[in-house]
Design a protein around this ligand. Structure first.
Ligand SMILES: [Zn+2]
Length: 492
């Protein structure tokens, strides 16, 4: 069914291939490429082709100047500009199939006939293959090549038998079993197997992407198949070490996992069964001590646990006196030595800010606002040395940026606008002195990265992608020199 590139960094983030036409492409060649892209995404949710706007990594569809009758493409996403070379299109040969095949390479497919197990299915006499074409026929068994599914004679990535390649004019590929010869010789197409391999290329329930200093998704770090149903995911740091806390609301299973220096997710260092229905988790440091603050929206239970120096979760730090019910978002921010928790209730519209006491527990409220727009997401951030709060209402599409004053209270509204319903995630982050927000629409799969200006207003769009829908959680973290975002599908 497919031979795909193993390296995650070669995969197009979110399965979204960013492309542009070379100016020298003819209208017929453009039409060919468009048809080929349409065919790949026809009944496939795992790939999107998006015409380039500002992205720095993209494939440029380019007319091939030479006349060797060979189209070319890189395998997978290389980073920066890469080319797909298409031989001239004319009336005798519209090359839609060739274009589909080359796009297969661009997506991350190798040739089906170079699979390590191909000798069981086809005969190829390598002594008759000219050196220049060796790479198209030579069996590949290395780690960079991942076999997926059964051998697929019909795959768009399998060559049809030809007599034009070999040094003596003989047929280059024959079926081991004569019964397979007809299907080997038949026209190739994007098969169900190719689509399944494509799903494998871009699948998983948790993806980690690296974010670039110019406000783009730079590359895929890893794709994971996690056990389903992680409803709360929170990165945290203890000294020089980085971790991810995750918990499932439905059964209370909790994990702490290490975050590796390349941004990938490492070993699980804490793994326990807690009670179910935790809906919020946030972490913070008070002096040298680290805390995990957990909250159950259903009955207002909250726990405050110490986090040990090795990242595991310690015992409860203070009595778990219940606080008010109904908070849907809880976030922390620090101003100097003072720490604050901000609570938002998406249903009632209430917002409350409490100072955190020296023992890590929440103190008396310092500000309570009512009648706000029912923010589903509240995220504090810093831009240009100023503190702000980014508020998002996924139901109405309202986005607001409000300043945070030096005493921890909310100040003036700096920006307010309608970004359209469905934007469920507004995750601010900072790279190389610039601040951005990653916006994701869980319903449509649209993803945008926009600048956040020092004056607290929303700036230019620096990246846009079409992801698959359903990534309910997006959390950014910094490890070493890299800034990363982990996107998680929380569905059970
Ligand atoms: Zn090829």
């Amino acid at each position: 069914m497919g031979l795909i590139v193993s390296s995650h960094t070669r995969r197009w983030p979110g399965g979204c291939v960013v492309w542009q036409f070379h100016p020298a492409m003819s209208d017929a060649e453009k039409a060919t490429m468009r048809q080929a892209m349409d065919r790949w995404q026809e009944d496939d949710r795992n790939v999107r082709f998006l015409e380039r706007t500002t992205q720095t990594s993209f494939v440029e569809f380019t007319p091939d100047g030479d006349v060797d009758n060979v189209n070319r493409s890189e395998v997978g996403m290389v980073g920066g500009r890469q080319r797909l070379l298409l031989e001239p299109v004319n009336q005798e040969n519209n090359r839609v199939r060739s274009a589909q095949h080359e796009l297969g390479h661009t997506l991350g497919f190798h040739h089906e006939q170079v699979r390590c197990d191909r000798d069981d299915f086809v005969d190829i006499d390598m002594s008759k293959i000219p050196l220049l074409r060796f790479g198209d026929y030579n069996k590949q068994c290395g780690d960079e090549y991942r076999i997926f599914g059964d051998y697929d004679f019909r795959s768009i990535m399998h060559y049809r038998p030809r007599t034009t390649v070999t040094t003596d004019g003989s047929v280059d590929i024959t079926a081991v079993d004569g019964d397979d010869q007809a299907v080997l010789s038949a026209a190739k197409r994007i098969t169900a197997g190719d689509s399944a391999a494509l799903a494998k290329l871009h699948g998983g329930s948790a993806h980690v992407y690296q974010l670039s200093a110019d406000g783009q998704i730079e590359k895929t770090v890893r794709q994971y198949i996690w056990a389903p149903g992680w409803t709360t995911v929170t990165p945290f740091r203890v000294g020089p070490l980085n971790f991810l806390f995750r918990i499932r609301a439905f059964d209370g299973r909790m994990h702490v996992v290490r975050l590796n220096l390349d941004g990938s997710v490492g070993e699980t260092i804490d793994n326990r069964d807690w009670s179910s229905d935790w809906t919020s988790a946030t972490t913070y440091a008070i002096g040298p001590l680290n805390y995990l603050y957990l909250y159950k929206r259903g009955n207002a239970t909250r726990h405050l646990n110490r986090i040990n120096a090795d990242g595991t979760i310690g015992p409860q730090a203070v009595d778990s006196a219940p606080i008010e019910d109904g908070w849907t978002s809880i976030r922390h921010y620090a101003i100097g030595v003072n720490n604050f928790l901000i609570y938002a209730n998406a249903d009632s519209g209430a917002i409350r800010i409490r100072r955190i006491d020296w023992d890590g527990s929440e103190g008396e409220p310092i500000q309570t606002l009512s009648g706000s727009a029912g923010w589903t997401s509240v995220e504090p951030y810093i831009a240009g040395g100023q503190r702000y709060l980014l508020l998002l209402n996924s139901a109405t599409g309202a986005l607001q940026i409000q300043s945070i004053l030096d005493d921890g209270r909310l100040g003036t509204v700096q920006d307010t606008r309608d970004v359209g319903a469905g934007w469920s995630t507004g995750q601010p982050y900072r790279v190389a002195g610039n601040t951005y927000v990653l916006l994701y629409n869980q319903t449509t799969g649209s993803l945008r990265i926009r600048r956040l200006r020092a004056n607290g207003t929303l700036g230019a769009t620096t990246d846009r992608r079409s992801f698959s829908p359903g990534w309910g959680i997006a959390k950014r973290y910094v490890v070493g020199l890299g800034t990363y975002v982990v996107m998680v599908d929380p569905s059970p």
